[in-house]
Design a protein around this ligand. Structure first.
Ligand SMILES: [Zn+2]
Length: 129
């Protein structure tokens, strides 16, 4: 999904710019405050800086929440077992698989192979944040 990655990249750039601007604004405000005391200029810079910081942190929080709620990629596994000798095999789920389905002969003892279990597991991936 290249589009989602694009949007994410733009979002991160905007948030970083917002953070940089806020820090710059705060620094300006504090410097002006120390130089000339509380006046319109210094207080405006400080206020802008605080608003920017809060906005950026809120956006980061929202993003983190959304990412943690995203559905995790899963794969479906079919477990095949021999009725005779307990030989077991796991494989990728195939269309038409169902529990109890007979799927052929055992490679070890020529007994009946059947599907014992179908389950899905989460594919582990690199964390973004
Ligand atoms: Zn067997």
């Amino acid at each position: 999904m290249p589009k989602a990655t694009h949007i994410l990249a733009i979002f991160v750039v905007v948030v970083v710019l917002c953070l940089i601007f806020s820090l710059f604004s705060l620094t300006m405000g504090v410097a002006e405050f120390q130089r000339a005391g509380p006046n319109m200029g210094s207080l405006t810079w400080i206020l802008l800086g605080i608003i920017g910081l809060v906005t950026a942190l809120y956006a980061i929080g929202q993003l983190a929440t959304r990412i943690s709620k995203m559905p995790k990629p899963k794969r479906t596994i079919t477990v095949v077992r021999c009725a005779n000798c307990n030989f077991q095999e796991r494989r990728e789920f195939k269309r038409g698989d169902y529990v109890g389905k007979k799927v052929g002969k055992c490679v070890k003892c020529d007994g009946e192979l059947f599907i014992e279990l179908i389950y899905s597991e989460v594919i582990k991936r690199r964390r973004i944040i």
